[in-house]
Write a protein that binds this ligand. Structure first.
Ligand code: NAP
Length: 248
């Protein structure tokens, strides 16, 4: 990679944070985004310490105007946008379908689906104009599998994969690629919240053929690949990184 400009949403924690560090170490110029200004400034300083050019822009991905401003500021600051990792996501309010409400639906879909749609909308505006770019949406193995007690989350990630494939078809002729990474259980705050107890979390490892949780860095490596020159003929695809769990 030749100093690409990379935008990452939900970059303050977990997979987004590891992805920002991984791109910075490859020499990328990094635009990191999240909802919390003070933590964002800490991350910007952390990336600069690694020698990267870095910019934090505060944005809530549910807000069309804020996402538009995020992309505009990235382009104004660095002159272009080469890669975007649409990572911001929430587990919402897991539980039985019979207990779901329009509010619990919105708590998940507004971030996971509307957030990715708005991110795509503004990123594609910049990338189609420059006739190049690579977008990586963060889905989940639940983007192509059912999940009892997490139906709304699973439905939202199925939607992310539908958006990914549709966007890829829409913009292929403009030189822009759109793919997704589907992590299996990854050791982040979200997994802690999903599992609730250390015992539940340990139980997940027993069903992973490679015998461990993914690290956030494992997921970042897949994003690096999809952004790279090695993936220039890959679009509309979902790369699952789950230690073999969905192979069976
Ligand atoms: N961990 C797993 O096992 C796993 C598995 C499959 C897929 N994933 C996906 O991986 C992605 C990253 O999750 P993670 O595991 O790294 O968990 P995480 O540490 O909770 O990261 C999620 C990030 O998204 C941000 N975010 C949430 N809502 C947002 C909004 N409306 N606007 C802007 N930012 C928002 C969060 O910021 P706040 O702190 O402000 O909420 C947080 O920094 C998510 O899309 C998740 O669905 C995770």
């Amino acid at each position: 990679m030749n100093n690409p400009v990379v935008l990452i949403t939900g970059a303050l924690t977990g997979i987004g944070h590891a992805t920002a560090i991984a791109f910075a170490k490859q020499g990328a110029r990094v635009v990191v985004s999240g909802r919390r200004q003070a933590e964002g400034e800490v991350l910007q300083a952390e990336l600069k310490k690694l020698g990267a050019e870095a910019l934090f822009v505060q944005a809530d991905v549910r807000d069309d105007i804020q996402v538009g401003r995020l992309v505009d500021q990235a382009v104004a600051h660095f002159g272009r946008l080469d890669v975007a990792v649409n990572n911001a996501g929430t587990e919402g309010e897991p539980g039985l379908i019979v207990n779901q409400t329009s509010e619990s639906y919105a708590a998940t879909f507004d971030t996971n689906v509307l957030g990715v749609l708005l991110s795509l909308k503004h990123e594609l505006r910049a990338m189609t104009a420059q006739k190049s770019g690579s977008i990586i949406n963060i889905s989940s193995t639940y983007g192509h599998q059912g999940a009892a007690y997490a139906s709304v989350y699973a439905a939202s990630k199925h939607a992310v994969e539908g958006l990914t494939k549709s966007a890829a078809l829409e913009v292929a002729s403009h030189g822009v690629r759109v793919n997704a990474v589907a992590p299996g259980a990854t050791d982040t705050g979200m997994l802690d919240r999903f599992t609730g107890t250390p015992e539940n979390k340990a139980g997940i490892v027993s069903v992973v053929p490679l015998g461990r949780l993914a690290t956030p860095e494992d997921i970042a490596q897949a994003a690096l690949y999809l952004a790279s020159e090695g993936a220039t003929f890959v679009t509309g695809q979902v790369i699952t990184v789950d230690g073999g769990k969905t192979a069976g």
